[in-house]
Design a binder for this molecule. Structure first.
Ligand SMILES: [Zn+2]
Ligand SMILES: [Zn+2]
Length: 295
């Protein structure tokens, strides 16, 4: 996947970036202190470190870093940086699939995180792995091409295992050689089972601004899905940059916040290990008439 060159407005004075990968993820090279220093510089008050946790031995983060190492890294950094005004929370991005749901559930029962993201990626037996996806999806109707992904993301959203579901429609990225961005953006109704599952389980919807780095230049998910989630009664939302590189810290995070504000949200829903709490969007981003979310 090529990443689009150029810059997107960096986040400034934003309260929270809740999706970040450090060098304890196999696909990131960023020491945790680099993010913390950038947060000081940019006035971003709070970070959730969400390194990958995979459950299939063929996936890259399987056994990459232990829970203990990840926890120590985040907790020690939290102590170092709190005096400088940056709060660091220990989270994880756990790859969901129904085939390893019981292992994932057992992992979460044994290990305490401040905040958890459940995500569906291109699991090894899926049609979406890079060498298979083009051949598999060519000639299929969009609903059929999205089907296996939507079945997994709907199960993740309904599982009640996670605080939020990451990049809900990232399947767009896997299928971008076969379907145009407008075709997939127009498929709001195909994602409706996942949105309803979020609402029913009380799980938050993440707006992931890494999509602005990719050719479609739109958040995962974009405005139509966020608006539909709200119409269906969804009130809990999060926002994260999903940075894996130093240059991507908080990249387009403000644009992600704006997607939420324009859909009528005034707060993010975050968890710091205990009960959920509300984090206010900056007043300057609020849309007149918007009403509060849930904590
Ligand atoms: Zn992810
Ligand atoms: Zn991620």
């Amino acid at each position: 996947m090529t990443e689009v060159a150029g810059s997107q407005e960096p986040g400034r004075d934003l309260p929270l970036d809740s999706h970040l990968h450090t060098d304890l993820s196999p696909d990131s090279d960023v020491p945790i202190d680099v993010y913390a220093a950038l947060a000081v510089e940019r006035g971003i008050a709070e970070l959730a470190i969400t390194d990958h946790v995979d459950f299939d031995a063929r996936d890259p983060a399987y056994d990459y870093a232990t829970f203990e190492d990840r926890e120590r890294s985040a907790r020690e950094a939290a102590e170092r940086w709190a005096p400088r005004g940056v709060l660091i929370r220990f989270g994880a991005e756990l790859t969901f699939n129904r085939s390893w749901e019981s292992e994932l559930r057992a992992h979460l029962a044994r290990h305490r995180y401040d905040f958890t993201i459940g995500s569906v990626h291109d699991w090894p037996d899926s049609p979406y792995v890079p060498w298979r996806v083009q051949t598999w999806s060519t000639g299929r109707p969009l609903a059929e091409a999205l089907g296996p992904y939507i079945a997994e993301i709907t199960a993740a959203a309904g599982s009640g295992l996670f605080d939020t579901i990451g990049h809900l429609d990232v399947v767009r990225r896997y299928l971008d050689g076969t379907f145009s961005a407008p075709e997939i953006f127009g498929a709001v109704e195909l994602f409706e089972p996942a949105l309803r599952a979020l609402v029913d389980s009380g799980t938050a919807l993440e707006v992931n601004s890494s999509g602005y780095r990719h050719p479609a230049r739109e958040a995962y998910p974009g405005p139509p899905l966020v608006a539909r989630y709200r119409e269906l009664g969804g009130r809990a939302v999060t926002a994260g940059s999903d940075a894996h590189r130093t240059a991507h810290f908080a990249w387009a995070l403000e644009a992600g916040y704006r997607v939420l504000a324009e859909a009528g949200f005034t707060t993010l829903t975050f968890r710091r290990g205990g009960d959920r709490s509300a984090v206010e969007l900056p007043a300057r981003l609020r849309v007149p008439g918007a009403v509060g979310g849930v904590a």
